[in-house]
Structures are given as C-alpha cells and as structure tokens.
Ligand binder design. Structure first.
Ligand SMILES: Cc1cc2nc3c(=O)[nH]c(=O)nc-3n(C[C@H](O)[C@H](O)[C@H](O)COP(=O)(O)O)c2cc1C
Length: 197
C-alpha cells in the first residue's frame, strides 16, 4: 500500500516527524498528516518552522509548500470525519512521531477523541501497521504499561533513541539514524544510515 499517515503529537523531537514526512514522500504516493495543536507550537519552538494556518485549508497549503509536494494531505486533529478516521479508507499504516504520553495513553485505551487517536484506533482494528515513537524521560509505570499493551497488539514501539556506533558527525546524522530505524519498523527502504556489516 503506497500511502501512510504521519501524526505529530506534542512531544519534544518534532524534527523526527518532519524528517519522516520528507523521507516517506520519496517512496509513497500519499502522506496523510495530522498535527496536534500542541505539536504546532513545539514544531515552531524547536525547528522554527511555522506550519499552522488560520484554517485547515491554509495549513494544508503551508505544509505542501514546506515539503514542496502535493502528495501531502493535511487533516486537522478535530476533523473526525477525515478519510483516515474510517477503516474503509485504505492506507499502509500509521506513524506517530514523536508520540506524547497523552497520545500514547489515548491510543492504548481506545479513547478516540482526536483524529490522531481515532486514526490509530482504526489502524489497530484493521490490523495495519502502527509505529509509535514515544518520547519522554524518564518513563513512569503508566507509560511503560501503555507501551507494553500496544506492543502485545503488534504495534512497533520505536522510541527516538540515537545510537553512536555509526559515528554521527552532527545532529542531522543522529536524526537520520532514528528516522531510518523508524522506517525499518515499517519495512520501508531508505538510505539514511550505513548498515552494520
Ligand atoms: C516544549 C514542550 C515539550 C514537551 N515534551 C513532551 C514530551 O517529550 N513528551 C510528552 O509526553 N509530553 C511532552 N510535553 C507535554 C505535552 O505537550 C502535553 O501532554 C500535551 O497535552 C500533549 O498533547 P497531544 O498529545 O495532543 O499533542 C511537552 C510540552 C511542551 C510545552
């Protein structure tokens, strides 16, 4: 299936979600994007990228301009009638990168009050790929239980933890390594890092 959903929730590490969308656009037909209101602020604070418009249509235009691609569609987190809120709309799966503990909890408990939680609920019920990149430090027992519950249901838990054996030269290398590992979790090809031989 050549389309994926990418949700960016309000955890630190928004650059991973942005980089993931850039990379996915190289190999898929469509990327459906949902960004929580908190994530818009964090993206701006952490990366300087201002993606929020006054309306969903304006935000979609800004996002398409940022990624120089019309293959990106944007749906607001309150739009529970968006295509990705229904199981009959087929996608290859969904990434939540980064995934806040609040969004993790909503997904783990089926509390589908935002489009991010609803789209993840749909992906789970349809047996499609769900890849979460939970970001918090340290984790408490609630966070760990929520991750374990979802992992037992087949969700890939791919936290944004960099490695150092590939000798990163800069932050970009570290981001690319994490995004590469997230793509690996979905079986999507990339050349973001040199593999261990
Ligand atoms: C600058 C900033 C960084 C944050 N980083 C995290 C984080 O790494 N992980 C997390 O679970 N929450 C983090 N939070 C708190 C979440 O944004 C907050 O719980 C929010 O309700 C999450 O909503 P969302 O999941 O709908 O985006 C952060 C908040 C701010 C303002």
């Amino acid at each position: 299936m050549k389309s994926f959903t990418v949700a960016i929730s309000g955890a630190s590490g928004s650059v991973y979600g942005i980089r993931l969308i850039e990379e996915l656009l190289k190999s898929v037909d469509s990327v459906y994007v949902c960004i929580s209101s908190q994530a818009f602020s964090i993206i701006k604070m952490e990366t300087g990228i201002h993606l929020a418009g006054k309306t969903a249509a304006e935000t979609e235009k800004k996002i398409q301009k940022h990624f120089s691609s019309k293959k990106v569609r944007y749906f607001s987190e309150s739009n529970l009638a968006a295509p990705i809120a229904s199981g009959s709309f087929r996608t290859g799966g969904m990434f939540v990168v980064p995934c806040s503990m609040k969004t993790l909890s909503g997904i783990a408990h089926g509390y589908a009050n935002t489009l991010i939680a609803r789209a993840a609920d749909v992906v789970l019920k349809e047996g499609r790929k769900l890849i979460l990149s939970p970001r918090e430090m340290p984790f408490n027992e609630i966070h760990l239980e929520n991750m374990l519950k979802l992992a037992r249901m087949g969700t890939r838990i791919a936290p944004p933890i960099p490695a150092f054996y590939q000798k990163p030269k800069d932050l970009n290398d570290m981001v690319d390594f994490v995004v590469g590992k997230i793509l690996d979790s979905a079986g999507i090809d990339h050349d973001l890092f040199t593999r261990w031989e």
